[in-house]
Design a protein around this ligand. Structure first.
Ligand code: GSH
Length: 205
C-alpha cells in the first residue's frame, strides 16, 4: 500500500499520525505543507483537503483527514501494536487533548486573536491557560488507570495525543510539575524509538 502523509513538522495533529505510522512500522512518504507560509490555504491544497488542515493521509489514492480518524483507520489496517481507538477510556483521554485543548490553540485561532488586537503576551497566556486547564482534567482522568503509559502498560492512542501536546506545553514553558502521571507516561512513550523518530526535531526541514 502506498501511503503519503501531508504534514508540517511542528503540527501536533501531524505528529500524532507520524507516531502512529512509526509504531505500526508502516512505510510512508511525507509531503511537507508549510503552515507558517500559509500553504494549507493554497487553492491546490484546499482542492484535496477542503478544511485546509494537516495531517492528511493518502492511502492508495484515497484521502483520509482528521488525525484520530486516520489513526483509527491505521489501527484497523495494521494489527500491532493495538492502539485501542475504540476503547471508551482511551478515546476519552485522547479527546480531552484532541477535541478540548488543541482546537482552541490552533494556528488559525491564534491568528484570529491577533487580528482582534490581542497582543502576543495575552495570546501566550491564552495558550497556556487551555493547556493547564486540560492537563489538570487529564491528570485526574488518567491517574487511576495509568500504568507505564496513560491507559495501562501498553502505548495507546491516548499517549499518541499526549506526546505532541507535551511538546507544545514545553515550547510555551508551561510548568508540568502538577501533572506527574502525564510527565511519567510521556517520558515512557518518548523513549520508544518509533515515537522518538516522529519528533519535530527529527523531521524538521
Ligand atoms: N482536528 C484536526 C485538526 C488538524 C489541525 O488543527 N491541524 C493544524 C496543525 S496542528 C492545521 O493544519 N492548522 C492550520 C491552520 O490553523 O491554519 C485533526 O485532528 O487532524
Amino acid at each position: 500500500m502506498k501511503l503519503i502523509l501531508y504534514d508540517y513538522y511542528r503540527s501536533s495533529a501531524s505528529y500524532r499520525v507520524r507516531i502512529a505510522l512509526n509504531l505500526k512500522g508502516a512505510d510512508y512518504e511525507r509531503v511537507p505543507v508549510n503552515l507558517l507560509e500559509g500553504e494549507q490555504q493554497d487553492e491546490s491544497f484546499r482542492a484535496i483537503n477542503p478544511q485546509g488542515f494537516v495531517p492528511m493521509l493518502e492511502a492508495d489514492g484515497a484521502r483520509l483527514t482528521q488525525s484520530l480518524a486516520i489513526i483509527a483507520w491505521l489501527d484497523a489496517q495494521f494489527a500491532e501494536p493495538p492502539l485501542r481507538p475504540g476503547d471508551p477510556h482511551v478515546l476519552a483521554l485522547a479527546l480531552t487533548i484532541a477535541a478540548d485543548i488543541h482546537p482552541v490553540n490552533n494556528l488559525r485561532v491564534l491568528k484570529r486573536l491577533a487580528k482582534l488586537g490581542i497582543d502576543q503576551a495575552a495570546r501566550d497566556d491564552w495558550y497556556r491557560h487551555w493547556i493547564r486547564e486540560g492537563f489538570a482534567a487529564l491528570e485526574a482522568l488518567a491517574a487511576p488507570g495509568a500504568g507505564r503509559f496513560l491507559a495501562g502498560d501498553r502505548v495507546t492512542l491516548a499517549d499518541i495525543c499526549l506526546v505532541p501536546q507535551m511538546y507544545n506545553a514545553r515550547r510555551f514553558e508551561v510548568d508540568l510539575s502538577p501533572y506527574p502521571t502525564l510527565v511519567r507516561a510521556e517520558s515512557e512513550a518518548a523513549a520508544l524509538a518509533p515515537v522518538a523518530a516522529a519528533h519535530p526535531d527529527r523531521v524538521a526541514p
